[in-house]
Design a protein around this ligand. Structure first.
Ligand SMILES: [Zn+2]
Length: 250
């Protein structure tokens, strides 16, 4: 790091758990953020401000007026623009040292695999189960840690699947694809704006901890937020031995 970087990241470097070495890991890192909406906005902003070297932002959507209530990466002026381009502009204003790679696409198939393989940590900030399962599969295949979040109404969920060793549970252990889970989207259900901020910022926190190699990650636990009563619960997660993605017969 140069002198400017040492100054810019000094409040991280002052933390003995991060120090120069941990910050250097963050600066050297490439993080994939899938979704530039309610969760992806605060997550990407904190990852950029904290100095993640390369931030890949994937989203196929354009900014809509109804997004602005919670998707703080975007401004009134960016309505109609691609979310990834609006996001890139905002992140460049926060920290021009970060290389932001905008991908205006719903990542899947080979393209998803390639991006996951290149990433050090993957953040799932999307709003649909199909993508969540595809991202989980790719992360398991390429042994990448996955930080996943969800927010709807006044409720939030946060989980980390540390798939580097291939031992802990994966997203599919928790939400098997075969179960007919109704897709509940903000578009129809509503969402309390700060819930996406709380969960998205927490995703950034877990990702930065993984990169810096400090603390204990959330892996193995599910964190549930009841924002209406501001009540947090943590539930232990177990690996499903018969999981179609990470189970013993795979
Ligand atoms: Zn599994």
């Amino acid at each position: 790091m140069n002198d400017d970087q040492l100054l810019r990241y000094s409040r991280h470097i002052l933390l003995p758990e991060i120090d120069v070495e941990g910050q250097q890991h963050i600066v050297d890192a490439r993080v994939l953020v899938i979704g530039a909406g309610g969760l992806g906005s605060p997550a990407a902003m904190y990852l950029a401000s904290a100095g993640v070297g390369t931030l890949v932002l994937a989203d196929d959507d354009d900014v809509d007026l109804t997004n602005l209530q919670r998707q703080i990466l975007h401004t009134h002026e960016s309505v109609g623009q691609a979310k990834v381009m609006s996001g890139k502009a905002t992140l460049a204003r926060i920290n021009p040292e970060v290389e932001v790679v905008p991908l205006k696409t719903r990542l899947k198939g080979q393209a998803l695999e390639e991006q996951v393989a290149l990433a050090d940590v993957v953040l799932d900030c999307c709003d649909n189960f199909e993508t969540r399962h595809a991202v989980n599969r790719a992360c398991f295949k390429h042994r990448k840690p996955l930080v996943s979040g969800a927010a709807i109404r006044f409720d939030g969920q946060l989980y980390v699947f540390d798939l580097r060793e291939g031992e802990g549970p994966c997203y599919h252990c928790l939400f098997p694809e075969a179960e007919d889970v109704e897709t509940v989207r903000c578009a129809t259900m509503g969402v309390f704006a700060p819930i996406t901020g709380i969960i998205g910022a927490s995703q950034a926190a877990e990702a930065l901890k993984l990169l810096a190699g400090c603390g204990t990650s959330l892996a193995g636990r599910l964190l549930l937020l009841d924002g209406l009563n501001m009540d947090w619960r943590s539930i232990g997660l177990a690996k499903d031995p018969s999981c179609a993605v990470c189970g013993v017969n795979v």
